[in-house]
Write a protein that binds this ligand. Structure first.
Ligand SMILES: NC(=O)c1ccc[n+]([C@@H]2O[C@H](COP(=O)([O-])OP(=O)(O)OC[C@H]3O[C@@H](n4cnc5c(N)ncnc54)[C@H](O)[C@@H]3O)[C@@H](O)[C@H]2O)c1
Length: 252
């Protein structure tokens, strides 16, 4: 049995993941962590500042974190201190926070960290990389849309798209939501939409003369991220103590 604790247990993703874990025959949900006490599928949810004590008591194999960036950094440090493998879906980390995460994880515990755990988005990233290799001289625009409650912008998935484009095309300037007089050079345009209950849309447009190619992904349900995170939780134990990608989990 793989014992799981969920950080952000009372949130949108935490609840989705909890449901999948309690229904999995090979997994046991042993509790949750959030900013207030509560319960998730009959299991205790404790406040975040009790995380060390809770991990020592429950001895989970994996901590799955879908919280907010500042909280996730602390939760990751606590998991590393207590020898608990990590699945991290939280987004919005600063470069300093990414560095702190790397320092906490490397040499201590295996972790899968991804801005998007859906199988479809991981294939979409691969297609974007392939297109960028062939279409580097086309104008490139990145668009993403999410629900009205999303805290960070652009999305972690869009930032991963930009990293892939930078890796393939060199570091191009980014133009975030153009306004006023503009002249297009070779910058990459980035556009963010927030509204309603949109689960997550991403698109990359490659525009040339007389033709455009657009690669897009649309999420209809958070279950795709939750299922991916649970798949990663099954994969992670016993792996090298470093940060792994979802591409590694999927063998892409
Ligand atoms: N990687 C992916 O596939 C993926 C998919 C969807 C969302 N996300 C990311 O996951 C995160 C959560 O998204 P959501 O829609 O579930 O948000 P949410 O606001 O519904 O849930 C976040 C939860 O974290 C809790 N929290 C805050 N501080 C905490 C702390 N110190 N310790 C424990 N819990 C704490 C909040 O109270 C809340 O219940 C966001 O960063 C989002 O971008 C990632």
């Amino acid at each position: 049995m793989i014992k799981v604790v969920i950080a952000g247990a009372l949130g949108r993703m935490g609840t989705n993941i909890g449901r999948i874990v309690v229904e999995a025959p090979d997994m046991e949900l042993v509790g949750g962590i959030d900013i207030r006490e509560g319960a998730i599928f009959g299991k205790e949810v404790v406040v975040a500042d009790r995380i060390d004590e809770f991990l020592k008591e429950k001895k989970p194999d994996v901590l799955i974190d879908f919280t907010v960036a500042a909280a996730a950094v602390e939760n990751i440090k606590a998991a590393a201190r207590n020898n608990v493998a990590l699945i991290v879906g939280t987004t919005g980390f600063s470069p300093e926070q990414r560095e702190a995460i790397r320092a906490a994880v490397e040499g201590n515990v295996p972790a899968v960290i991804s801005s998007n755990f859906s199988v479809g988005v991981n294939i979409f990233w691969k297609l974007v990389r392939e297109a960028a290799r062939e279409l580097g001289d086309y104008d490139i625009e990145v668009t993403e849309a999410h629900h009205r409650h999303k805290k960070d912008a652009p999305s972690g998935t869009a930032k991963t798209i930009l990293e892939i484009l930078d890796q393939e095309l060199g570091n191009r300037e980014k133009a975030y939501g153009r306004v006023g007089e503009t002249e297009r050079k070779d910058e990459i345009g980035v556009h963010v939409i927030r509204g309603g209950d949109i689960v997550g849309d991403h698109a990359v447009l490659f525009a040339g003369n007389f033709e455009c190619i657009e690669i897009s992904h649309r999420a209809y349900d958070r279950a795709i991220f939750a299922q991916g995170a649970v798949r990663a939780a099954r994969w992670v134990s016993g792996k090298e103590p470093r940060i792994h990608s979802m591409q590694e989990v999927l063998g892409l």
